[in-house]
Design a protein around this ligand. Structure first.
Ligand SMILES: Nc1ncnc2c1ncn2[C@@H]1O[C@H](COP(=O)(O)OP(=O)(O)OP(=O)(O)O)[C@@H](O)[C@H]1O
Ligand SMILES: [Mg+2]
Length: 412
C-alpha cells in the first residue's frame, strides 16, 4: 500500500483512476486533521473531485434534516471518520443511507479488524478506507462511484404506448409487433413489446418467438423480487433488436396479483427502455383500464367497418367517463383502403376526431410476414412496412442506424 503524500496527490496521471464526465462532489465528516489535509490536497490536485466541506461533528439527529446537514443536492460521496466515535459514525452513515440513498458513504478509520469493517458496512458504507489513506484505494473507490453515477444517467424513461382493438381481429398485434421491430431496427431505439393478454397472447407467435418459459402474468406475480437478472428470464430477444415479454399462450387460471404490481412492474421496465408497446387484450376491462391510465398514449386500432367504428365511439365515450383525457387517445385505421365504402371524412365525423394514422390493406404480405417471417423480398417493398416505418420514424426521431434495411426485421 502506498501512503498518499502531498507530493503524490499533485502527481495523479491523467489516465489513471477514473474520469467521470462531471466531477464528483465530496464532503467529509469528523476527519482527523491529518487525513482532512490529505483529502484536501487530493481534491485540489484533480478536477475530478470537488471537496465541498468537512463537517466537525456526527450531528444527524433525524433523517429529515439530512439535506440541511450534508447539502442539497446531496454530495456524491461522503467520507466518515469512524475513529472519534464509532457508534455516532455508524448512526450518521445510517441516516445518510436512508435520507440520501444516492450518496456513497466511505468509512475512514485506523482500525482494520474485521468486526470494525463489518459494522461500518452494515451501517451503509460501501467502502472502508484504512488510515493512512492510500491513494490507489481512494481513486479506485471514487472510480466505482463515478461508474455508478454514469450508469444511473444512462437510465431511460420509456414512452409507453398502449394499443387496443376496436374489436377482435383489427390488426392490433400485427401493428404492435411490427412497429416495435421497426423502432428497434431502423431507429435503434431500445424497445419492448409486452403482450398483456390475460390468455391466448399471440405477439410471440407473430415474431416467430415460440419457445418461452415465462409470461407477463408471472412477471406481475414476481414484481416484489424483480431485478435486472430476474427480468432477463422473462424477456425474449428478436433479431430486429426488439425485446418481448410474451403473454400466456393458452387459457390461464385467474391469478391474484397484488395491488400496485402493474405500476411497480412498469416503473421498473420504464427505466430500461425508450419505448414500451403494450398489446392489450380485448375490451376495456379493469386490467386494461389500469394500463390505459398508466400509459402515455392509447391507440385504438380499428378498421373501416360500421361495427368497429361504432365501438371506437363507445370506447372513447367510456374512457372519457373514466376521466381518461381524449388528448391521450389516438385512432388508427388499419387495413385502410383509399377507395373504401366509408370515406375518411365519414370516419372522422363518426369518431369526432382526426384519424391519427392509416395503415394500408395488404393482406397477403402481412400474412406472409406472420406465418413465414422470412419473406424478405416481397415484404421489404410492401406498403405496410413503408407506412409503419414512417410511423416509427415520426416517433423514433433519431438518425437511422446502419441497418439491415427496412426488412432486417422480417428476416430473423
Ligand atoms: N394492414 C393489414 N393489411 C392486411 N391484413 C392485415 C393488416 N393488419 C393485420 N392484418 C391481418 O388481420 C388479421 C388479424 O390481425 P391481428 O391478429 O394482428 O389482429 P388483432 O387485433 O391482434 O386480433 P385479436 O383480436 O385476435 O388479438 C391477421 O390475419 C393479419 O394478417
Ligand atoms: Mg391480437
Amino acid at each position: 500500500m502506498t501512503e498518499m503524500t502531498a507530493k503524490e496527490t499533485f502527481n495523479i496521471p491523467a489516465q489513471e483512476g477514473f474520469s467521470p464526465s462531471e466531477p464528483l462532489s465530496l464532503i467529509s465528516i469528523c476527519l482527523d486533521a491529518q487525513t482532512a489535509g490529505v483529502v484536501k490536497l487530493f481534491a485540489d490536485s484533480t478536477r475530478r473531485v470537488v471537496l465541498q466541506k468537512n463537517l466537525g461533528d456526527y450531528g444527524l439527529e433525524d433523517t429529515e434534516s439530512v439535506f440541511a446537514w450534508i447539502g442539497d443536492p446531496p454530495p456524491d460521496v461522503c467520507l466518515i471518520d469512524f475513529d472519534q466515535n464509532r457508534r455516532s459514525a455508524a448512526l450518521a452513515a445510517e441516516g445518510i443511507r436512508t435520507g440520501a440513498p444516492e450518496t456513497a458513504i466511505f468509512a475512514v478509520s485506523s482500525q482494520s479488524q474485521p468486526d470494525a469493517i463489518v459494522q461500518a458496512m452494515r451501517s451503509g458504507c460501501t467502502e472502508y478506507l484504512v488510515k493512512p489513506l492510500d491513494r490507489d484505494q481512494l481513486l479506485n473507490a471514487l472510480a466505482r462511484v463515478g461508474g455508478r453515477k454514469k450508469d444511473r444517467k444512462e437510465q431511460y424513461s420509456a414512452q409507453v404506448m398502449a394499443f387496443v382493438g376496436a374489436k377482435g381481429g383489427c390488426g392490433t398485434t400485427t401493428l404492435v409487433t411490427q412497429l416495435g421491430a421497426l423502432l428497434a431496427n431502423s431507429y435503434a431505439r431500445k424497445t419492448l413489446v409486452v403482450d398483456v393478454h390475460p390468455e391466448f397472447g399471440d405477439a410471440a407467435l407473430y415474431l416467430g418467438l415460440t419457445k418461452y418459459r415465462y409470461h407477463y402474468l408471472e412477471l406481475l406475480e414476481n414484481t416484489d423480487r424483480l431485478d435486472a437478472e430476474l427480468l432477463q428470464s422473462f424477456v425474449m430477444h428478436h433479431s430486429s433488436g426488439l425485446d418481448l415479454i410474451p403473454g400466456p399462450d393458452g387459457a390461464e387460471p385467474a391469478r391474484s396479483v397484488l395491488p400496485g404490481a402493474v405500476r411497480q412492474t412498469f416503473d421498473f421496465l420504464r427505466l430500461r427502455y425508450e419505448f414500451i408497446l403494450l398489446d392489450l387484450g380485448p375490451g376495456l376491462t379493469e386490467g386494461n383500464l389500469e394500463l390505459i391510465r398508466y400509459c402515455d398514449q392509447l391507440h385504438i386500432v380499428t378498421v373501416s367497418e360500421v361495427a368497429a367504428l361504432r365501438n371506437v365511439v363507445r370506447q372513447i365515450d367510456y374512457l372519457t367517463k373514466k376521466e381518461i383525457s381524449p388528448d391521450r387517445i389516438r385512432v388508427v385505421v388499419n387495413r385502410h383502403n383509399k377507395r373504401g365504402l366509408i370515406t375518411d371524412e365519414q370516419i372522422e365525423k363518426a369518431i369526432g376526431q382526426r384519424v391519427f394514422w392509416k395503415v394500408p390493406n395488404q393482406y397477403v404480405q402481412v400474412m406472409k410476414t406472420i406465418s413465414a417471417g422470412d419473406t424478405v423480398g416481397q415484404v421489404s417493398s410492401s406498403e405496410v412496412t413503408k407506412n409503419l416505418n414512417e410511423w416509427a420514424g415520426a416517433v423514433g426521431r433519431k438518425a437511422k442506424k446502419e441497418s439491415r434495411g427496412i426488412l432486417g426485421l422480417w428476416s430473423r
